[in-house]
Write a protein that binds this ligand. Structure first.
Ligand code: FAD
Length: 305
């Protein structure tokens, strides 16, 4: 039986936007839970010299210090990826990789952006013609088809499982399954054809995808390739709630209060669009955290993390 937790504000993402949102929300005396893996922030492995008052530092230092600060004000952390999010009787219901379900009065989505590329021949050329970065967006186009999903994390695993409802055959190509034991068991017991210790070396096809070549030279003759590297990202999670996106359908649309089109859902950081900068992420996180705390106080019943 899944563990069900409740809190006032849940923050998806432990990058600069999520951490600043956590700091400001927690100081408003609401219960705050931050979800996600710190080392997956896009700043974690990089040097920063243009962030005000911190002339020369590392992303790792920014993230670790921000996390300590947020914890000092009472925010709780779970180093887990979110698989899905839904509304349930006016509250958010968030399902984690482990199967844990969290209930929340308000949510800040700060999961960053950047669809990671595989960087293999054929990927760029066949984008939109069989190559996709979003199972949730494009699954419908592959009804009855044979498809490959590639990636080692929760995005690929849960994407492959979702595709079973559409495709005739779903291959999951990964070097290793870097996911929770619960999700790994689900994949292994499913009809997904698992290719471990494998990598997609090339995507082939003239006008549309005809297959993939693997690192051992073997081929999978698939009509669709879903590149799902890392955790479930912006489009997927936002798409599950029907959040309005910008004109290019790439980022979440917000107003000055960082409100999205879904009441109680706020967005901050790279996920709302450029410039891709820590300073912008932090500013938006501050607003989103304060607004989310206010919304949760107004609408949700008191609860405990
Ligand atoms: C090479 C490089 C160099 C850069 N250099 C600079 C610089 O010098 N100065 C500067 O200001 N900016 C720089 N940036 C940009 C900066 O990294 C981003 O603008 C900033 O990190 C955005 O913060 P964020 O919180 O929106 O997203 P991120 O920092 O990317 O954090 C996203 C968080 O969401 C989590 N997440 C994602 N999916 C899920 C999920 N399904 N469930 C739970 N959690 C999830 C991730 O694990 C991560 O913790 C650089 C970026 C790159 C790539």
């Amino acid at each position: 039986m899944a563990d069900i937790k409740k809190c006032d504000v849940v923050i998806l993402g432990t990058g600069p936007a999520g951490l600043q949102a956590a700091i400001h929300a927690a100081r408003k005396k609401v219960t705050v839970l931050v979800l996600g893996q710190e080392s997956k922030s896009s700043i974690f492995h990089h040097h920063v010299e243009n962030y005000c008052c911190v002339f020369n530092t590392t992303g790792e230092d920014i993230i670790k210090t921000g996390r300590q600060q947020a914890a000092t004000f009472g925010a709780a952390f779970l180093n887990e990826d979110v698989l899905s999010i839904a509304m349930d009787e006016g509250r958010f219901k968030i399902t984690l990789e482990s199967g844990t379900i969290i209930g929340a009065g308000a949510v800040v989505i700060a999961t960053g952006t950047a669809r990671k590329r595989l960087g293999v021949p054929g990927e760029k050329e066949l984008l939109g013609r069989g190559v996709s970065y979003c199972v949730e967006c494009d699954c419908n186009f592959y009804k009855g088809a044979e498809v490959a999903v590639t990636g080692n994390g929760s995005a690929a695993a849960s994407g492959a499982l979702s595709m079973l409802a559409y495709a005739r055959t779903v291959h999951l190509v990964c070097e290793t399954l870097d996911i929770s034991p619960a999700l790994a068991a689900e994949v292994r017991q499913s009809a997904v054809v698992l290719h471990e210790n494998s990598k997609v070396k090339e995507i082939i096809g003239k006008d549309e995808v005809a297959g993939v070549v693997m690192n051992d030279g073997s081929r999978l003759m698939v009509q669709g390739v879903f590149i799902e590297l890392g955790a479930r990202g912006v489009m997927e999670l936002a798409g599950l709630l029907g959040v309005a996106l910008d004109d290019e359908m790439k980022h979440i649309q917000t107003n000055k209060k960082m409100e999205t089109s879904v009441p109680g859902l706020y967005a901050a950081g790279d996920i709302t669009g450029p410039p891709w900068q820590v300073a912008k992420a932090v500013g938006e996180g501050c607003v989103a955290g304060l607004e989310a705390a206010g919304y949760a106080k107004k609408t949700a019943k008191p609860s405990v993390v």
